[in-house]
Design a protein around this ligand. Structure first.
Ligand code: LLP
Length: 404
């Protein structure tokens, strides 16, 4: 993704041409970036020989899942829908793990029938439900138990999951009790300890703390786990000033734990695989003068990209057509939706924009389209995958008749 002669390109395709054909707003993905992210992830954790299960919640586009599958990745799913999509994408059942605090009987039965690698259970009740189903089917089901390590992930509080006040995982006491209980279960084979402390984690310190807890609890449990599933959470740079999580450092810390416990490692990365692969292209509908700022009203809204409204997340916005003229007034980029939280970014200095200009909202590949909605009866945007010169519509824009 770059400017060529002041026009923005994804790989070899001029973004402006895409909008002529497919209108706006549109999500555009770069295959090259996706491939690069997967290669970098694999390379940095090579020593651990992990099973990498892509967190489907970050992006559930079927065509993208198929591409991700081709690199040998598995899937981390959290619902019947995600599991069905992962299977449809051709991901092998032996590379699928199922997470989540509220799996229904229907979901558990389906996962058990498909013989996926692991169901990562998060409560005693869920384990008893799995046991009931397994017994009725006379099958042995492989599970993990998710530990709540009470570790601060030092990320946005809305996306932190590993502290004791969070609903996720089991406290040390209950975790150990369940390990003991499962030692004698005829229908459940406990294979995995799983953890996931949060998302968009940029420092290794929380991971290192979490690994210490994992190490201590495995010792205490006196149980031989076949897998440790470390979840995802690796943070990416949404802003030039911030660097991605240092994978190498994380790998070293994990290796230390593996010296004591000889287990296989599972990762469930979402954002770090797909986050920076996509842009959301939007058109300026109106520019409205306010008292001390100008509102740039875009045709993309919080229904298309929810992260700013939901978490106060900032996605950089850049012009599609670079010019050297700047405004003196602050721009506030907002959507057309009737909510004050429908705003994307405030920019003190920005290129002077005109109505009908195109802008690029950056790094929207993860939790962009997957969090989108039909709020205000707005149509979900099209998704386009670019591979070199090739333009592939991987999801058509919704039509009004789909909604009415
Ligand atoms: N595994 C589990 C059990 C998870 O709950 C999650 C994310 C992941 C893996 C993947 O985490 P990642 O590598 O993508 O950080 N919507 C929020 C993020 C929510 C994350 C939820 N769980 C956002 O837009 O920032």
């Amino acid at each position: 993704m770059k400017y060529i002669k002041k026009k923005f390109f994804i790989e070899n395709v001029k973004v402006r041409n895409l909008t002529k054909k497919f209108s706006t707003p549109i999500y555009c993905y770069s295959y090259k970036k996706l491939k690069k992210n997967i290669m970098i992830f694999k390379k940095n954790f090579k020593n651990l020989n992990p099973l990498i299960c892509f967190a489907v919640k970050a992006n559930a586009n079927l065509k993208l899942l198929k591409e991700i599958k081709k690199f040998g990745l598995g899937a981390d799913v959290v619902s019947l829908g995600e599991l069905t999509k992962a299977l449809k994408a051709g991901i092998q059942t032996k590379k699928i793990v199922f997470s989540g605090v509220g799996k229904t009987s229907e979901e558990l039965r389906f996962a058990i029938d498909k013989k996926i690698l692991l169901i990562n259970a998060e409560s005693k009740s869920e384990i008893l439900e799995i046991e009931r189903i397994a017994k009725s089917k006379r099958e042995i089901v492989n599970i993990g138990i998710r530990l709540n390590p009470n570790t601060d992930a030092k990320t946005l509080k809305q996306i932190s999951t590993g502290k004791k006040q969070d609903k996720f995982g089991l406290t040390e006491k209950y975790f150990l009790e369940l390990v003991k209980y499962l030692k004698n279960s005829k229908f459940i084979k406990l294979k995995c300890l799983s953890v996931h402390i949060g998302s968009q984690i940029l420092s290794n310190q929380p991971y290192e703390k979490m690994l210490k807890v994992v190490d201590r609890i495995i010792k205490k449990s006196n149980y031989k786990f076949e897998f440790i599933d470390l979840g995802g959470g690796m943070g990416i740079s949404y802003d030039k000033k911030i660097k991605n999580l240092n994978y190498k450092k994380y790998a070293v810390a994990i290796k230390k734990v593996l010296k004591k416990h000889n287990t296989k490692i599972i990762f469930e990365p979402g954002r770090s695989i797909i986050g920076n692969t996509a842009i959301l292209v939007s058109k300026v509908i109106y520019i409205k003068h306010g008292s001390n700022k100008n509102f740039v009203i875009l045709d993309a809204g919080m229904n298309d990209l929810m992260r700013p409204a939901l978490y106060g997340a900032e996605h950089q916005i850049i012009p599609e057509n670079k010019k050297n003229v700047f405004t003196k007034k602050t721009y506030e980029f907002v959507g057309p939706i009737c909510e004050s939280t429908d705003r994307f970014l405030t920019a003190k200095k920005f290129q002077k924009l005109n109505e009908k200009d195109l802008v690029i909202i950056s790094d929207v590949g993860a939790y962009g389209m997957s969090l989108s909605s039909n709020y205000n009866v707005r149509l979900k945007p099209a998704e386009i995958l670019i591979k070199g010169y090739k333009i592939n519509v991987i999801k058509k824009r919704q039509r009004l008749k789909d909604l009415i």
